[in-house]
Design a protein around this ligand. Structure first.
Ligand code: ZN
Length: 286
């Protein structure tokens, strides 16, 4: 048997093994139960188990996306309120087949909550990966800007949880303008002593990583998160060079000083709560 045949056989055996394992996991599926398959190890995780485990794979400990209400439940004290500022959902360059979806009425790529973390009042924005990969469009830009303006007015600290593919190409230049709009609101907020904690989760890319996600007073990463501008595949194909395994990974970015720290999900509530408390006397006091 040639080396190539042996390699093909190995790949085939691996696929069969993986599929049979998946089938076994799926066989335990109950009616209407949602199942999420881990991209790294192939383990099928039940939604209820994932929720209990902070959306971390029970087999290989890799992180599933955690956004919106689930993120608020993990981070905030009970009794928080989900709010919005009634920003318009527009199609500024009349991009074909954009904004025709029924889901537009109910949702968009950001959710905002007003609440407390360990008793410290805070405004939190969380990008939603299930809506156009958390991309930054005019609605998202407006909502986040209005949240920062409210925080400035009421002297509250803010937390923005990024999980985004970048600027929304369906909105062209209007999408890119949101980067400047949010950055300038953050500048004014910071000038008056406002505290901004940025939590960068997997993935934080493009225009989001190049603007507000990197502007926190604290830039905190989740373990293993991919954070960068262009994706590794694009860079690899453009440069035609081998890219290191840890390229654009949170751990590597922490070594270079781009991130201040990496915090595991189970510790985020406590550590962010402590940071808020530490700054409480100067800003964010109720
Ligand atoms: Zn896994």
């Amino acid at each position: 048997m040639s080396k190539k045949d042996l390699k093909n056989r190995k790949t085939l055996l691996y696929t069969i093994k993986k599929l049979s394992k998946l089938a076994k996991d799926f066989s335990t599926k109950k009616n209407n139960e949602k199942i999420f398959v881990c991209k790294k190890c192939g383990k099928a995780n039940h939604l209820e188990d994932l929720k209990k485990n902070l959306f971390i794979c029970s087999q290989c400990s890799s992180y599933f996306p955690l956004t919106g209400i689930d993120r608020f439940d993990m981070l905030l004290d009970k009794g928080y309120r989900v709010i919005d500022y009634n920003s318009k959902k527009t199609n500024p360059i009349n991009f074909p087949n954009y904004r025709n979806k029924k889901e537009d009425e109910k949702t968009e790529a950001v959710k905002i909550a007003r609440g407390k973390i360990l008793g410290n009042s805070v405004l939190v924005a969380s990008l939603i990966n299930t809506y156009m990969l958390g991309s930054l469009g005019t609605y998202v830009g407006e909502e986040i800007t209005k949240m920062i303006e409210e925080a400035e007015k009421k002297q509250l600290p803010i937390v923005i949880i990024s999980l985004s593919g970048g600027a929304r190409m369906q909105e062209g230049i209007f999408s890119l303008m949101q980067m400047a709009k949010i950055s300038s609101a953050l500048y004014s907020f910071g000038e008056k002593g406002g505290l901004y904690i940025s939590l960068l989760t997997n993935p934080t890319m493009g225009g989001v990583s190049a603007s507000f996600a990197a502007q926190g007073d604290y830039n905190i990463g989740e373990p293993g998160a991919l954070i960068g501008f262009a994706g590794p595949r694009v860079i690899k194909e453009t440069l035609r060079e081998k890219i290191p395994d840890n390229f654009q990974k949170a751990e590597n970015l922490e070594n270079f000083g781009f991130l201040d720290m990496i915090i595991e999900r189970k510790n985020q509530r406590e550590i962010i709560g402590k940071i808020l408390r530490m700054h409480r006397s100067k800003y964010g006091r109720l």
